[in-house]
Every structure is written in structure tokens, then in C-alpha cells.
Design a protein around this ligand. Structure first.
Ligand SMILES: Cc1ncc(COP(=O)(O)O)c(C=O)c1O
Length: 430
């Protein structure tokens, strides 16, 4: 890295007019003791900041860019579509094409509706579940993130036998009183709760990406499927991260489990603001105009974004796409995991396909309480070290790294060597 003067100047200006200088808090690099990046452009696996410094990117717009930055197929299709007009607020044919593709690829989705953010997808899916079941209580899990709708912002550990408390100012207690947040992967505790309470829906990240990569256990997922079906509650998989990422059928394909509703985001938009929720046709037909549950959006199904999403999904269908992605991820992760094991380092890598997290301070993480014991200052040091060497990681210990089809072997191996050298220098000697 040469200089960061332009980034710093640009960020100072941003701070004058945008709260904290960012349009989403994690971009501020809080707690990392590192001035935030202001990015200029991206191509393939590389981003370039406004000072001209290049970084190999492992954040990939938080997992959205499974084909890398500025993929020519996506850009060309979107540009062509753009010339025909960018927004109508009227149905377009491309919405049917992308919807049909989603329905074709994910067995549990019979009908799908597009929105513009993951937050809208999860918020709408829960409203639909409540409308369909005519129940109010929502079960979520500590350490799972479903966007920033009021009722999702519930403090971890609240719930059973106590009133839920919101984790943000500005949320009336009444809004969170019908939501409980339970312990992820706690088979017996959650089963007991579902048997004793009238629940509208259970929503979870079947492969959590928001406390770092922490997959649900098979046993936990099977219990949730069985128990929700028995009790008349709906099971919602929030696959905003894992959808089309963990495999072509997302986490549900890996587990072989059919949720009632699924939320998608990130990959489905090909780098444009698209998310979706879909599932059983009888449930989806409860949505307006067919049914009594209201949901809408001026830019929902935006044709430009639909075109980008359609191209992104056509490319993941190519034979061997996921094998190749995982092979690339393994080039980086396997040698690091091996080194950690061999040297007995207090760290670990948890990986599902092309998403993974390098955890500092624990040999494994299975829930939020465990994640809270991770060595966050160590991560901050590691982040700065790699940043200075031209590697951009997701700027938090509690996030997933993502590999795209555009990552080059050269960059992956270089990152592998940098990480192992770091572990050697700082964790074995300090
Ligand atoms: C699993 C999950 N659900 C929902 C969301 C919210 O999506 P958005 O940021 O597009 O509102 C996110 C965001 O990262 C997510 O990871």
C-alpha cells in the first residue's frame, strides 16, 4: 500500500453529510483501528481504492458477487437492458424469467416474490407466516441476522420466560414482545419451547454467516422441520447468504430439508439490489393481490436488477461451477487449517463450500455465546496486517469470507502464504 490520503479525505467529506460516513455501519471499520477504505472500482477478485491501492477482495460485497466484480456477462446484459429504460413499476418479462429460474433451481420454492433488500425479504416472509398461521409469536436464534426490521432487533439471550428486549434504540417494547431469540443448535431447549408455545414461524440461517460461518447441525435442522410441521408453525430458512452459495440449492440442498418459505438475497441479484422470498404456493398466495397479507415495492422486480440476477443464475448452472469454487476455496483454507492443527494454534477455520471464517481464540464455534468469547483484538490486528499487504477481508471477526469464480490461484496462494506467515509470526511467537 502506498498512501491512503485520498481515501481519508473522501471519508472525512462523507462524514460531514452521512452519519458516520457510511450507509451501513460495518463499513466504518469500527474497532479495527484502521481508517475506512473508500473504493473506486472493482474487477474480478480485485478492488482498487481512491488512492489507487489494489486489494484482493474476500468480502465480495458480503457474498453477493459469486462471479467477481464487474463480470462482463452481467454488465453487458444489464447495460443492454438499461438502454430500454431503468424502471417502470409495471410488470416486465424478465421478472418471469428470473422467477422461473429460481423455482426451477430450488425445489421448495413454488412461487417467489422479488424485493430490493434482504431486510425486506425476511420482514415480508415473517408477516406472511403470521398472516397464514394467524399466530404472532416468532422464534429466531441468537447470532443469526435477518436484517434490520424492528422486530428482529431483539437482544441475544432474551426470550424464554422473559420479555424480549430490543437491541436498538427507537423500537417500542410492544414490537419485540412477540419475538423470542433462542440458542442456535440447542436441540432439546428449542424442541421444548416449540411444544409449549403457539408459534407462527421459526426463522433461521441454516448456515449462519453472521457470527462467522457457523452451520446448524443436521439434528437441529431435522428437529426444527419435524416440530414446526407437528405444531402448525412455518419454517423459514433465511438463505440470504447461503442461497446459491452453499450449493445450487443453498443450505436446504445440503441438509435435504424443505422449508415452507425461503429468503434469498445477495447472489440472486448478481450484484444489484435484489432479494426474494418464496416457497409453498398455498402460503405465497396469501400475499396481496391474491390474499390478505400486504406487501409491495416501487422498485421491486426492477428489470435491470432482474437481468443481472438472471445472468448470475445462468452462470452458476454451468456444470462443475460449485466444484471449482470449492476447489479454489480449499487452496486457501486447507493449508491454513492444516497449519493451525499441526501447530496447535488457538484458532480455527469453519467452512461450507466457498464461504468460511478464520476464528481467533477458539477451536470451534457452534453458537452465539461461544462466538462472544472469540479474540476480537487479535482479529483486528490480523485485519490490519493483511490490509497493509493488499488483502481485504470482511472487516469483522463475525463475518464470512467469500470466494468468487473470479479469484485467481495466484492471489489465493499469495493470501494463503500471508495468513500462514501471520500465524507463525504472531501466534506462535507471542
Ligand atoms: C442472513 C441475512 N439475512 C438478511 C440480511 C439482510 O439483508 P440486507 O442487508 O440486504 O437488508 C442479511 C444481510 O447481510 C443476511 O446476512
Amino acid at each position: 500500500m502506498t498512501t491512503t490520503t485520498a481515501s481519508q479525505q473522501a471519508f472525512e467529506k462523507l462524514k460531514e453529510v452521512v452519519p458516520g460516513g457510511v450507509n451501513s455501519p460495518v463499513r466504518s471499520f469500527k474497532g479495527l483501528d484502521q481508517a475506512p477504505m473508500v473504493v473506486d472500482r472493482g474487477e474480478g477478485d480485485t478492488i482498487v481504492d481512491v488512492d489507487g491501492n489494489a486489494f484482493t477482495d474476500y468480502c465480495m460485497s458480503w457474498g453477493a458477487l459469486i462471479h467477481g466484480h464487474a463480470h462482463p456477462t452481467i454488465i453487458d446484459a444489464a447495460a443492454k437492458r438499461m438502454r430500454k429504460g431503468t424502471s417502470f413499476g409495471i410488470s416486465t418479462e424478465i421478472e418471469e424469467k428470473l422467477a422461473s429460474k429460481v423455482v426451477e433451481l430450488i425445489d421448495s420454492i413454488e412461487k417467489v416474490r422479488f424485493v430490493s433488500s434482504g431486510t425486506e425479504a425476511t420482514m415480508s416472509a415473517v408477516r406472511l407466516a403470521r398472516g397464514f398461521t394467524q399466530r404472532q409469536l416468532v422464534v429466531k436464534f441468537n447470532g443469526n441476522y435477518h436484517g434490520h426490521a424492528d422486530f428482529f432487533l431483539v437482544k441475544a439471550g432474551s426470550g424464554v420466560n422473559q420479555l424480549s428486549e430490543s437491541s436498538s434504540a427507537g423500537i417500542p417494547p410492544d414490537v419485540v414482545k412477540h419475538v423470542v431469540s433462542l440458542t442456535y443448535n440447542d436441540v432439546e431447549g428449542v424442541r421444548d419451547f416449540l411444544q409449549k408455545n403457539q408459534v407462527a414461524c421459526v426463522i433461521l440461517e441454516p448456515i449462519a454467516g453472521n457470527m462467522g460461518v457457523v452451520p446448524a447441525t443436521e439434528e437441529f435442522i431435522r428437529m426444527l422441520r419435524e416440530e414446526t410441521a407437528k405444531q402448525g408453525a412455518l419454517l423459514i430458512f433465511d438463505e440470504v447468504i447461503s442461497g446459491f452459495r452453499a450449493g445450487i440449492q443453498g443450505a436446504q440442498g445440503k441438509f435435504g430439508v424443505r422449508p415452507d418459505l425461503t429468503c434469498l438475497g445477495k447472489v440472486v441479484g448478481g450484484g444489484f439490489p435484489v432479494a426474494a422470498f418464496g416457497g409453498r404456493a398455498d402460503v405465497m398466495d396469501y400475499l396481496a393481490p391474491n390474499g390478505p397479507v400486504y406487501q409491495a415495492g416501487t422498485l421491486s422486480g426492477n428489470p435491470l436488477a432482474m437481468e443481472a440476477g438472471y445472468q448470475a443464475l445462468c452462470m452458476i448452472e454451468q456444470p462443475g461451477f460449485y466444484d471449482e469454487l470449492e476447489r479454489k476455496a480449499d487452496l486457501l483454507t486447507k493449508p491454513i487449517a492444516h497449519y493451525i492443527e499441526e501447530q496447535g494454534i488457538d484458532a480455527s477455520i469453519q467452512q461450507i463450500g466457498s464461504m468460511f471464517t478464520l476464528f481467533f481464540g477458539r477451536r470451534s464455534v457452534s453458537n452465539y455465546d461461544e462466538a462472544m468469547t472469540l479474540n476480537v483484538p487479535r482479529f483486528a490486528h490480523f485485519f490490519r496486517h493483511l490490509y497493509a499487504k493488499g488483502v481485504y477481508l470482511p472487516p469483522s471477526q463475525f463475518e464470512a469470507w467469500f470466494i468468487s469464480g473470479a479469484h485467481t490461484e495466484e492471489h489465493l496462494l499469495k493470501t494463503r502464504d500471508l495468513v500462514i506467515a501471520y500465524l507463525q509470526e504472531y501466534l506462535l511467537t507471542n
